[in-house]
Design a protein. Structure first.
Length: 231
């Protein structure tokens, strides 16, 4: 498997990224066994969807090293939810552990981080980020835009036409690959319309996959099987 995000987006009609609710080998293995195209983890974050507090990278080195030994696909990391902590991270160390890309909200990406060359970069935009500003992201070395634009009060609800038109509006504003995170409770059949409107990837998180080995395996497997027949 190629661990380059750009290659993944080119090779798959709709790729399935799995954002794990905890940094645990057993949960990662469930996603891997179910056919996940990429994995994403968190450090230095209080994560709303999973309800977990993620510690610094040193706390998880053994876990991340074991996961990398099991899996040769793209490994991503949310570096922090605090812009003041971002510049303190050693990206070369993260690369040596086995990470290939990072993900951060636009408000948490520093000027220093924009210039780094160790990891591929993806940027998340929230509901306050104007669609007309997305085009400007193309001037920087971002590999994809994650549309985390669902309002908090709508988390966990089914995908609807309002969401789809919102995603399509962002899609029309940029040529960069689009990642849709499962802030809504997505089902495999949603992949068909998301592919039709030009989405390259869906990122499944706790809202959709749950928090157990069983729920993660069964849900991710259903999505990867459906994705293989999209289009």
């Amino acid at each position: 498997m190629n661990n380059n995000l750009c290659s993944l987006f080119e090779q798959k009609k709709v790729s399935i990224i799995v954002s794990l609710p905890e940094n645990r080998v057993d949960l990662a293995k469930a996603a891997i066994d179910a056919g996940a195209d990429a994995l994403k983890f968190h450090i230095n974050v209080n994560h709303r969807a999973s309800g977990n507090e993620f510690k610094n990278v040193d706390h998880y080195i053994d876990v991340f090293t074991e996961i990398r030994e099991l899996y040769d696909g793209p490994l991503g990391l949310v570096l922090s939810d605090d812009v003041n902590k971002v510049n303190q991270l050693d990206l070369k160390k993260l690369k040596n552990i086995g990470f290939t890309y990072f993900s951060l909200y636009a408000k948490d990406i520093t000027s220093k981080l924009l210039l780094q060359k160790e990891l591929e970069q993806t940027v998340a935009v929230d509901d306050l980020f104007q669609p007309d500003h997305v085009k400007a992201i193309e001037h920087f070395d971002m590999k994809a835009v994650e549309l985390s634009v669902v309002k908090k009060e709508d988390y966990g609800k089914p995908l609807n036409f309002e969401d789809i038109t919102l995603y399509r509006n962002y899609r029309e504003k940029t040529d960069l690959p689009i990642i849709i995170p499962s802030q809504k409770r997505l089902v495999p059949e949603d992949l068909d319309i998301l592919h039709q409107i030009g989405v390259q990837s869906v990122m499944l998180g706790a809202v959709t996959i749950g928090t157990t080995e069983k729920s993660i395996y069964e849900t991710v497997y259903a999505f990867t099987q459906h994705a293989s027949h999209v289009g």
